[in-house]
Design a protein around this ligand. Structure first.
Ligand SMILES: [Fe+2]
Ligand SMILES: [Fe+2]
Length: 184
């Protein structure tokens, strides 16, 4: 495997671990909402979904799209199912925007039913978890197996992760703290 490809794949795997942490936090808050628990933290949910729309949807998934396109071009025989991934990424991005809008409306005091937040959140969490499981259990292994043949350059998509990166964006300071607390 080329050094560059190995780096990109390692970063994608790290992104998945980070997203899994956020999905667990989101799930916890959604469970509070479902139990009509007043401690449900909508601001935290809003930060999580804001991050999801500014990093995974705009950097992580486009990088994967490039890799999968390269795999399909080089080894169509090993590329079964890959044509579905781009659509999957679009569906995930749509779900995340919808859920962010629901939560922003709640935070702004607008009327949004609890059932709608719960169902949109559960759909999003399930969709992204299933998608990441597919990538981890199948697609990344296939990518690894054919990395020597792939010439990919994702450098134009290199953007600092505003939450988990070395220079965190201060607007995610609260979320960063919540992640630290949840890890204790
Ligand atoms: Fe993906
Ligand atoms: Fe991914």
């Amino acid at each position: 495997m080329s050094k560059e490809a190995a780096r990109v794949l390692a970063e994608l795997r790290q992104d998945h671990r980070n997203m899994a942490v956020l999905l667990n936090l989101l799930q916890r808050e959604v469970d509070h909402v479902a139990h009509e628990d007043e401690t449900a933290d909508f601001e935290l949910m809003q930060d999580i979904m804001r991050y999801m729309t500014v990093y995974p949807d705009t950097t992580h998934h486009p990088k994967e799209d490039l890799i999968y396109a390269g795999m399909r071009a080089k080894r169509p025989d090993l590329a079964q199912g890959l044509e579905a991934v781009e659509g999957d990424h679009e569906d995930i991005a749509e779900s995340s925007k919808r859920l962010l809008a629901d939560i922003q409306a709640v935070v702004a005091g607008a009327y949004v039913t609890r059932d709608r937040v719960i169902s949109d959140a559960r759909e999003y969490v399930d969709r992204l978890r299933n998608h990441m499981d597919w990538e981890e259990g199948d697609l990344f292994a296939r990518a690894e197996a054919m990395m020597d043949e792939l010439e990919i350059d994702t450098s134009h998509l290199d953007a600092d992760d505003p939450l988990f990166g070395s220079e965190g964006d201060s607007s995610f300071a609260n979320l960063s703290q919540s992640i630290g607390l949840a890890a204790q």
